[in-house]
Ligand binder design. Structure first.
Ligand SMILES: C[S@@+](CC[C@H](N)C(=O)[O-])C[C@H]1O[C@@H](n2cnc3c(N)ncnc32)[C@H](O)[C@@H]1O
Length: 303
């Protein structure tokens, strides 16, 4: 028997003390049977419902703390970037407790409208330096408290597009050097499904649309693309359409409903419409809602 065919070699695709190189048909049952694995509670996930036709492909100009237009279990993917409470024109000057309470209310409402097996993706940057405020850690804790299971964490490497900040603290001195973030996070959560756990089955007549190269790139945990110019999007903190585009291709089937509870100037809706998905957005600013409607119409006309 050659080394290649030896039982020891074949066994390497189950979880071992040394890990395994090849992962096709990998048997990870030993890893998932370990005592530190969290119990998955799918007892309160509800059932999937269909959103009324006239509630879809709409942007609502009110707070997403109340998304009454959407029935329970009617959204398949949420993609958003929340307000950061850093003094942008739409930010109130909230304490950290009040800010987290706002996000918790929106997360709870997102949980309500998410279908069993649906995903929720939150783009967030950390703030400040003195001290550094790890907003992403708070979002992870609060989403878990709401009931979401975490599925992964993408580092969005903004590279040169992150700007040329010179806020490095003490220049070439150990006195007080300061890190300059050139990345943001995209946190991936899921409402478990009572039957399939973490899988979703394609609804009748719907399809996957992701290509091979896109799939290979998007399943890596570091994404590299440039940020969106604030000036061009007429919004102080837009994300580029590429961000929701990748998430929509990865996590939804055609015809699925994609929600952005803080939609700003509409990047998530644009990506959804172009990909043949349905969208719903919320923003407290009537001005951003109007810009979003305009950008969506332009994007649809251009396809
Ligand atoms: C970081 S921006 C989102 C930008 C968006 N991703 C884009 O590409 O344009 C956050 C947005 O949340 C909105 N907002 C703030 N509080 C809100 C609330 N309670 N409900 C809905 N939208 C809110 C702000 O007006 C702002 O447009």
């Amino acid at each position: 028997m050659s080394t290649r065919d030896s039982p020891a070699r074949r066994k390497a695709t189950s979880t071992s003390s040394f890990g395994a190189g090849g992962r096709i048909s990998h048997d990870a049952s030993a890893y998932y049977a370990r005592a530190f694995q969290p119990e998955i509670d799918a007892s309160n996930v509800g059932v999937e419902q269909t959103a009324p036709e006239d509630s879809l492909d709409r942007i609502y100009a009110h707070s997403s703390e109340d998304m009454h237009e959407l029935p329970d279990g009617s959204v398949h993917l949420m993609v958003t970037s929340p307000p950061y409470n850093v003094g942008k024109e739409y930010d109130e000057d909230l304490t950290m407790d009040d800010y987290r309470d706002l996000l918790r209310r929106v997360l709870a409402e997102t949980w309500r409208v998410t279908a069993p097996g649906g995903r929720a993706c939150v783009n967030v940057a950390n703030l400040g330096r003195k001290p550094y405020i790890p907003l992403h850690a708070y979002v992870i804790a609060d989403a878990a408290e709401t009931g979401f299971q975490m599925r992964g964490e993408i580092i969005w490497d903004k590279g040169a597009g992150a700007g040329t900040s010179t806020a490095w603290g003490s220049w070439m001195s150990a006195s007080n050097p300061t890190l300059r973030d050139t990345h943001e996070y995209i946190l991936i959560f899921q409402k478990p499904h009572p039957k399939t756990g973490f899988g979703r089955r394609a609804p009748n007549g719907s399809e996957n649309t992701i290509g091979k190269e896109d799939f290979l790139e998007s399943t890596k945990s570091v994404w590299r693309f440039s940020p969106q110019s604030a000036k061009r999007a007429s919004h102080p903190a837009p994300f580029p359409v590429e961000l929701p585009r990748r998430l929509i291709q990865l996590y939804t089937f055609t015809g699925d409903v994609v929600l952005d509870p803080f939609i700003g100037t509409g990047a998530t809706a644009i990506a959804a419409a172009i990909a043949g998905r349905r969208y719903v957005g919320y923003d407290t600013s009537a001005e951003y809602c109007a810009i979003a409607e305009e950008r969506i119409a332009e994007a649809i006309a251009g396809t």
